[in-house]
Every structure is written in C-alpha cells, then in structure tokens.
Ligand binder design. Sequence first.
Ligand code: ZN
Length: 72
Amino acid sequence: MHRGTTEFVCDQCGNRFMDVDLEFMATSLSVPRQCPQCGSWHTMPSGILSMLRKSSYRRIWKSMDNQSEHEK
Ligand SMILES: [Zn+2]
C-alpha cells in the first residue's frame, strides 16, 4: 500500500532523504529504500516509532542481504 513519501534515515552513513513509503508485507513497517548517498538498503523511516522498531528493521535488512547474496 502506498502511503505517500516519508523521510528515511540511513543506518550506514546517517544520510536523511525523502522517498516513497511502502507498507512492508501488510505490517506497519515500511519497505527500506536505497540510500542515494552510499547505496545501502539499511534504511528506515526517521522518527521515534521507527527507532523503537529498529530490531525489526535489522531483521528486514538481514533478509534483504540474504536475497542479494542469492542473486550473485
Ligand atoms: Zn547511506
């Protein structure tokens, strides 16, 4: 589901950027977007709610890393 745009923060380089906010598998989490600065997918929406869910985002990042491993 498309929820407009939101500010994301990159866990790798700390860059903040605006990108589309997409629902992650019908949860309240957002699909990580690629950081335009360092190219990392380890990003999440900025804000206190996302901070509280950082462990959930870490799991998403790990599964995304595993997927890109399979593509090699
Ligand atoms: Zn970055």
